[in-house]
Write a protein that binds this ligand. Structure first.
Ligand SMILES: [Fe+2]
Ligand SMILES: [Fe+2]
Length: 490
């Protein structure tokens, strides 16, 4: 009996942990909630009002209208819940985009259902949603849009609906993983070809496949023009995805990889004007990427975020030790710990300004303040104490916020460990390196910096191992290889 209780407790604990969001959810204002609710009501009205036009209006008709209305309203609610679950940081703009696309599909159904197949209307929005909000949200959107598609006034071939579901699911699943615009183009060519073959086999051989007034089914010629239309609409959608990205703040994989390009002007400036910070950034990218891979985090997001985390140092590169290269330390000349602390804080404030100027997405900009959290600038605080300045410790703390996601927390830990690992003796053992990493991570934990990021103890353990693996790689690189006198093999 005790065993059953323990097992039950374990299951309950695991279930509760799975319910904890990996990122702090964003709050949606009341007015946005009202707009979202009104759009959902509009979708339900558009999807069900035709039932009320049936005369005579009987109780059964009203009941079936009410049932359809409620069904669509609940479905829209479920769609929003699932999108929030998949993307805890989803903004109200993005939710409005998802339901507006559903509204567009329902309106298109009213206007075009008897002249156009649902393929060209449902698949392109699925591509946008899977790219911006992930595959699960896209799959849910597709199921709701497809299930509410059949119009009572227009009979549709079941094979067509089956084909639509298969193609839209493929687009939703692949769309969430696609990492470049070239792959998107391939998808927009292969899906219409696949749909053409599928329809040819399923519908083309169907003897009733002729257009008549009562039912909407496709002839062989229509199958071709339908797939061609799908390809054209998908190509146009790909052209418009960057516009959706900037209007609705979508962060697609392709956009992340574009931002991670080291030829981007801001990153180029960092490498030229603050080479020490650039080197530090590259090493952090390696640490953070390895740790994120270990815990199953978003590798592309953390790599790009790491690249931009210290761009604020561009405002005064030589005030940061990694760029001083043996020259005089301006902080010594300043000799004012409070002003020095203000220069350090400025690398966060200026970084956010750079992010705004360069239109960096919010998820990337979040890395700038969160990698410093509310950490204490220990060195300058100590100096102030030595000078007997009676000053509040909070003046020597970054303004925060503390990391709100696992990715920004990993970056904070990598930022803390980087200098220590780089400075470690080449002969240091793995045990010593692990001890250094553990001490730094423990101090961050004790300081309350990891309170909001939902990293579990197990994940912190994996992050330590990941940092150790990277340290082993660095050490390996630093070992000098013996070279032959004649250098014959090189
Ligand atoms: Fe920093
Ligand atoms: Fe840094």
């Amino acid at each position: 009996m005790q065993n059953i209780t323990t097992t039950f407790k374990k299951f309950f604990y695991l279930w509760r942990r799975s319910q904890v969001p990996v990122k702090q959810p964003t709050k949606i204002s009341r007015i946005d909630n009202l707009i979202i609710f009104l759009v959902c009501i509009l979708i339900s009205i558009i999807s069900s009002y035709k039932l009320l036009l049936i005369s005579p209006l009987s109780f059964t008709v009203i009941f079936s209208w009410l049932l359809t209305f409620t069904e669509i309203l609940i479905s829209s609610g479920i769609l929003i819940l699932i999108s929030k679950k998949e993307n805890p940081t989803i903004s109200s703009r993005q939710i409005i985009l998802i339901i507006s696309l559903l509204l567009t599909v329902q309106s298109a159904k009213l206007a075009l259902a008897s002249t156009i197949s649902p393929l060209s209307i449902i698949i392109p929005p699925a591509l946008i949603i899977s790219q911006g909000m992930g595959s699960i949200t896209a799959l849910t959107w597709v199921s709701i849009a497809t299930l509410s598609w059949p119009d009572p006034a227009v009979a549709i071939n079941n094979n067509l609906i089956f084909n639509l579901l298969v193609c839209a699911s493929v687009v939703s699943l692949l769309g969430g993983r696609i990492r470049s615009r070239a792959q998107l183009l391939q998808l927009s060519i292969f899906v219409p070809i696949g749909s053409f073959l599928c329809q040819w086999i399923l519908i083309g051989k169907d003897k009733i496949s002729v257009i008549n007034e009562q039912s909407f089914v496709l002839s062989k010629e229509d199958i071709f023009s339908d797939s061609l239309l799908l390809a054209i609409v998908m190509l146009f959608t790909i052209l418009f995805i960057p516009i959706f990205e900037s209007i609705f703040g979508l962060l697609t994989k392709a956009r992340l990889l574009e931002l991670a390009d080291k030829e981007k002007p801001l990153i180029r400036r960092l490498s030229l004007e603050a080479p020490g910070t650039f080197e530090h950034t590259l090493l952090i990218c390696g640490l953070a990427e390895e740790a994120s891979r270990m815990i199953g985090g978003d590798i592309d997001l953390i790599k790009t975020g790491a690249l931009y985390h210290d761009v604020g140092k561009l405002h005064a590169p030589n005030w940061f030790i990694e760029n001083q290269n043996g020259s005089k330390n301006p902080h010594d000349e300043l000799d004012d710990p409070i002003k020095s602390a203000a220069v350090l804080q400025a690398h966060v404030d200026e970084g956010l300004k750079f992010a705004r100027k360069n239109r960096l997405p919010k998820l990337i900009a979040n890395f700038i303040p969160e990698h410093q959290g509310t950490l204490k600038m220990g060195y300058f605080f100590q100096k102030a104490k030595e000078k007997h300045l009676d000053i509040n410790e909070n003046y020597f703390r970054y303004k925060g916020p503390i990391p709100q996601s696992k990715e920004t927390a990993i970056l904070m830990l990598a930022d803390g460990c980087e200098a220590a690992l780089r400075a470690m003796n080449i002969d240091a053992s793995d045990k010593e390196a692990l001890e250094t990493i553990s001490n730094i991570i423990y101090s961050r934990e004790k300081d309350g910096q990891l309170d909001d990021c939902n990293l579990s103890k197990g994940e912190i353990f994996l992050i330590k191992r990941a940092f150790l693996n990277v340290w082993k790689r660095i050490r390996h690189r630093r070992i000098q290889y013996p070279t032959s006198k004649n250098n014959t093999f090189s």
